[in-house]
Design a protein around this ligand. Structure first.
Ligand code: ZN
Length: 153
């Protein structure tokens, strides 16, 4: 009984955000995209959990943290179908799905070695030109990249 209670404490979240349906191989990229390693709140990470849809999935529970859309939408670059549950007082008060933003600032590296962003200390900027298949275009050199070619900074 007491063991069950302990398990529940790890699993349940009073207030915070649950990020679900993360493909396992993208889990740690998502962790670093959100800067979770710099946070001081209670974070639970589940890795290689069974999922009917994905085979294996990852899940992240972050206590007392509510992300803004800009932070969350970064995840779409690596994991487009991630779902978020916003928890308040142990209840799911909002469900969100990650969406591709119109612009990606300082997240993705330009694949063109001659691009100014690879030669000057500056942030990269990409325009998302196809949200469904994730095609992005560098603001500076106009090189297009697909999801498979994207390198996260
Ligand atoms: Zn470029």
């Amino acid at each position: 009984m007491s063991e069950n209670k302990q398990e529940l404490q790890v699993a349940a979240l009073k207030n915070g955000t649950v990020i679900d349906h993360i493909p396992s191989e993208k889990l740690f990229t998502v962790v670093s995209l959100l800067g979770l390693e710099h946070m001081t709140t209670n974070i639970t990470i589940g890795f290689n959990l069974d999922s009917k849809k994905l085979g294996k999935k990852g899940i992240i529970k972050i206590a007392d943290k509510f992300f803004c859309d800009e932070e969350i939408n970064r995840i779409s670059v690596v994991a487009p179908h991630v779902k978020l549950n916003i928890i308040r007082d142990y209840e799911v008060v909002e469900k969100k799905e990650v969406r591709m933003p119109d612009e990606l600032k300082g997240i993705v590296k330009c694949a063109n070695p001659k691009c100014i962003t690879n030669n000057e200390p500056m942030a990269t900027l990409f325009h998302v030109i196809d949200k469904d298949s994730c095609v992005i275009k560098c603001h500076y050199c106009e090189k297009e990249q697909k999801r498979e070619d994207i390198t996260i900074i």
